[in-house]
Write a protein that binds this ligand. Sequence first.
Ligand code: UDX
Length: 454
Amino acid sequence: MKVSVIGGSGYIGLVTGIGLATHGNDVICVDIDQKKINDLNRDILPIYEDGLSALLAKAKRKNRITFTTSFKSAVNQSDIVFIAVGTPSGRSGETDMSHVYKALSSVASAMNKPKTIVIKSTVPVGSNQVAYQIVRENLTQPHLDFDIVSNPEFLREGRAVKDFMEPERIVIGSKSSSAIKRLKRLYKTFDAPYVITDPTSAEMIKYACNAYLATRLSFINEISEICEQVDANVLNVIEGMKHDSRIGGHYLNPGPGFGGPCLNKDIQSLIHFGSCADANVNLLRAVLSRNNVQIENILKFINELLKKSKVSRVQKVAVLGLSFKAGTNDTRNSPALLLLDLLKNLDVQIAVYDPVVQSLPPDIHSNIHSNLKFAKTPYDAVENASACIVMTEWDEFKELDLQSVFNLMRYPAIVDTRNVLSSEHAMALGFEYKGVGINGLKPIEEQEILKHIV
Ligand code: UDX
């Protein structure tokens, strides 16, 4: 089928465009960002996503995909137009719909024949109806027929290609049976159950999913704090929970708090439109506030460590991992950046290392710390440090040679916010170790401390 994707150089748009092209459709990805379009025409991807560049190369070889800034011709050539533009947070947590509205009115004025317009962007409940009005009012040929379909995405960064190519369900929200039929034809080569529903429920499904996942994370993070207070080990607790088929083990790893571009934003939006609709959203508010506590707890602990390490000169803290999770170079809303921001209030030098993130966004960098340096390896980062904070669960950190880390550090203390290291091994080597929900602290002999304080 002939498809165009508006916002086609963005995360969701690009994966959607390349994925649909891989499934044999003729796709035009449209974006106003000329540089990204130029790059994509030269096979340079604006995002790092496993498997995406191979699929792009294949789709290009088969002439299934093109990239352009030329809105009108792309829309004219397509039967189905995807809207996949960004929906950032507004000041009060509401979704900023300006890009979606602009895209819709541009599609309407470019339309030359009936179209199915599919909203992929995550939009507040009720947007499908608003979208209909916007298109209706902006049609240059007012008699043209069109449908608006809500078709939310559930792509995880780092696994977006797999999530797109092997979806667990395809949600189609529309009142039009012909539009539903068209979408089913588009997705006919995918092996996934359909959830066919009204547009409002389709929009709500996306928010409910992300809110549920975030609730699970805040829940386990809170359980972790209780574990620390009562001296239980949260990993053992999770082991005992996950065999319960009503609970399962997914999405239950405690950490420094959930980050990334979606969970926070979507919950804030849900809180906003939920409370505007007079719903009680106390649980969702608690989920967010619990999430903020995580990073503060970690900072509290670092503070204690630095006091304890008794080093009089300016101390060095090593931060391992900057992306909001492993498998992506995305640092949006990353707990590691929040931590760096908090560390700026302490008089410490910071060495950061991440296997894929080699610099910080300039606005954040200037804000964060003049004493911040990028290290070339995790071992460079920990050299002479008084605390090593693991912020992202990269495999490289799971495989660290802890003996070398121990030898390099001035004060051997690890704060493992992802519980990726073996607490037993670390403590056997003489580290002071702290995970999330795992105390694992070992009082270090004075001799050991002296050995490390040069
Ligand atoms: C999320 C949703 O999963 C996806 O369906 C939606 O379309 C977009 O938002 P993403 O933001 O890519 O995807 O990341 P996800 O894997 O869900 O992780 C979100 C955050 O939770 C990350 O900071 C991650 O580190 C954290 N997390 C996840 C944990 O702390 N523990 C876990 O067990 C899982």
